[in-house]
Every structure is written in structure tokens, then in C-alpha cells.
Design a protein around this ligand. Sequence first.
Ligand SMILES: Cc1cc2nc3c(=O)[nH]c(=O)nc-3n(C[C@H](O)[C@H](O)[C@H](O)COP(=O)(O)O)c2cc1C
Length: 223
Amino acid sequence: MKIFHVDSSAKRERSNSRALSRGFIENLRAEGVNVEIDYLDVTVDTPAHVTEAFAIATYHAEHERTDAMRATLAPSDALCKRLLEADAFVFAMPMYNWSMPSAFKAFVDNITRTGITYKNAEDGTIVGQLSRQKALFITTRGADLRPGTVFSSMDALTPALKAAFSFVGVNEPRFVDAQPLQFSDQEARTEALRRAKAELAGVAAEWAALEKMRVGSAEVETA
Ligand SMILES: Cc1cc2nc3c(=O)[nH]c(=O)nc-3n(C[C@H](O)[C@H](O)[C@H](O)COP(=O)(O)O)c2cc1C
């Protein structure tokens, strides 16, 4: 299973989202999945912000683009290719100011591409091209935003991720939200990490079962 694994926390060794995404990959391996990783740290290789040149080039049809337009779009093309070639996505990020880290938003702006990750069908509908891939979002939050909490209405992260990735065809993404990890007592933080790790182990077991079925049916087809 080829996984496009993206980390987005400004923190490194101390980052919980990085530790949880690493742990999830280890869970998959422990489940016997043959994992191949394509790794991107968007805080190191940060995709460019949208520029005027990008905004113009992206809405020109492929055959109308100048060499300069193609050069502008090349890094975004390359990121889209990495998504299309993956079987699954593991996107890990902390909540920053109720939404996603700006480096991950720059990533979203680069991979939402007309004619590549989504296509305009003749009947006017949008057809996302990433419907084959499984997706897991691991988010870490300082506060507790679960339903029924004071901050529950402040979650602008989950809806933004759902909207952006459903547009490019990602069906039924899984979310594991570790919360509260900062603005709470130690006991609540420990419990939040324990819950998140248990949920991640569950997702890994599900993905492993699906992968075994997929590999099994591919072997039957070639037999
Ligand atoms: C700049 C910044 C903004 C943050 N904004 C929020 C926020 O809006 N809501 C929240 O619950 N936590 C917020 N936090 C806390 C982080 O989401 C939390 O500590 C998270 O666990 C960090 O994940 P990491 O360990 O992977 O970096 C913020 C942290 C930073 C550094």
C-alpha cells in the first residue's frame, strides 16, 4: 500500500501529531501491511502560496498554457501526481487558530487542480479524481472541541478538510482528533492521547483487513 504521509506541525520531537502519524504507520506494519511511504513535511517543503501567475495559469486550459504558465504550475502538478499515485493518505496536523496550519492550507491550494484532481463533466458536475484513495486525518488540538463542550462550535478545521477533500473525490475520510492536549490537566491529556491511539489502532486494523482483501482478489485475478 503506497501511502502519501504528510506532517504539518511546527513542532518536531515534541509534536503529538507527528508521533501519532508515525505510530499509525507502525500499526499498519504490525498488522502485516506492506507499506511504502511517500513522505512530505509541509513545514520544510512548504508549497507556494497562490500567486497571481498561479491563479491565471491554473484556469487556462492545458493546450492554451504558455511555457511560463507551465513552469508556474509544475510544482503543483508534481504534488497532484503524488496524490494520484498513492493508495492512501495520512495527513497529520495540529489545529491552529481553529483551523489548519497555513503550510497545510498552501498544500490544499496546490492540490485542488482543475483537470487533474477534479474534472468538469459534460453535464456540469464536478468529478473528484481521488475517489480510489483512503484518507486518514489525524488532528491534535489544545482544547477539547468534542460535541457538548464549550468550544465545540469553534471547530473550523474538520469542515474545511471535509469540504476541500470531498471536492477532489475523497470519500468517507477518517478523522482521529486528539483533544484536549494542551489546555487541560495532565490526566485529561493522557486520556486524550490514549483515546486517539486506540482509534488509530482501530483504523489500522480496518485498513489492513481491506488491504488483505484487495491483495487476495488481485492474486485470484492473475491466477
Ligand atoms: C499557533 C498556535 C495556535 C493554536 N491554536 C489552537 C486553537 O485554535 N485551538 C486549539 O484547540 N488549540 C490550538 N493550539 C494548540 C495545538 O493545537 C495543540 O497544542 C496541538 O496538540 C499541537 O500539536 P503538535 O504537538 O503536533 O504540534 C494552537 C497552538 C499553536 C502553536
